[in-house]
Write a protein that binds this ligand. Structure first.
Ligand code: CA
Length: 243
């Protein structure tokens, strides 16, 4: 393997107690050039994640000792891992709103049984977005902090503060907020937001945008039901107020 590929080799943590699935995923993801570590329980996953900060986490829900939802919550609430993209496995469909939902802050999900090809495609897409948004690799005026009202978004530090308090945003929420704030005062349609943030991902529609906006409001707005920053433009999309 040449140096360039080596430097780019990303670490994926697979949190799954079914060994067959771990082997299957590891086989296909290693073939794609990713480094793999697996953990078979919630506590083992957290131990590893906090010590090694993987680039991405594949997380099963049904796990011994601690379920995947709790693992997700703890990964999000630790500043070291708060921005690590998480793909949830095995959520029942009815749980998805809650899972994506942002209280928990997963970035994507697949329902078991899943297609390995589809999963690998999604991981690749998530990694690509990570490359595109990872500030250390691309320094330009776009990476300067944006301050509007009490909200400061710092792309270089991958950090959002409200009244100086750091907020735990998912990767998608961060990208969405960055796009909205960079275009403050302009109306962005839901289709534009979907296209820019989710791109070619399958299984998402404009409702996904709304769910993420709701979650952002909960994290940023003093009164999420009467938003001061993120305005809804009925029937069109959203606008970050140019305060
Ligand atoms: Ca399981």
């Amino acid at each position: 393997m040449n140096k360039d590929l080596d430097r780019k080799q990303r670490l994926i943590l697979i949190v799954e107690d079914e060994e067959d699935i771990v082997r299957l995923l590891a086989f296909h993801l290693e073939k794609e050039g990713f480094r793999i570590h697996s953990a078979g329980s919630g506590p083992a996953a957290l131990d590893y994640a906090f010590g090694n900060i993987p680039d991405l986490i594949i997380l099963d829900i049904m796990l011994p000792e601690m379920d995947g939802l709790e693992v997700c919550r703890r990964i999000r609430s630790n500043p070291l891992t708060t921005a690590v993209p998480i793909l949830i496995l095995s959520a029942r469909r009815e749980e998805l709103d809650k899972v994506l939902g942002l209280e928990l802050g997963a970035d994507d999900y697949m329902v078991k049984p899943f297609s390995v090809r589809e999963l690998v495609a999604r991981i690749r897409a998530m990694m690509r977005r990570l490359e595109q948004s990872r500030p250390a690799e691309k320094v330009s005026s776009k990476d300067k902090p944006i301050r509007i009202g009490a909200i400061v978004l710092n792309p270089e530090r991958y950090e959002v503060k409200v009244k100086n308090e750091p907020q735990a945003l998912t990767h998608k929420e961060f990208m969405l907020l960055q796009l909205l704030m960079a275009n403050a005062g302009k109306v962005l349609t839901r289709e534009t937001l979907l296209d820019k943030i989710w791109g070619y991902e399958t299984g998402v529609d404009t409702r996904t945008v709304d769910v993420h906006i709701r979650s952002l409001r909960r994290k940023l707005e003093e009164d999420p039901s009467h938003p001061f920053y993120i305005e809804t433009i009925r029937g069109v999309g959203y606008r970050f107020a140019d305060r």
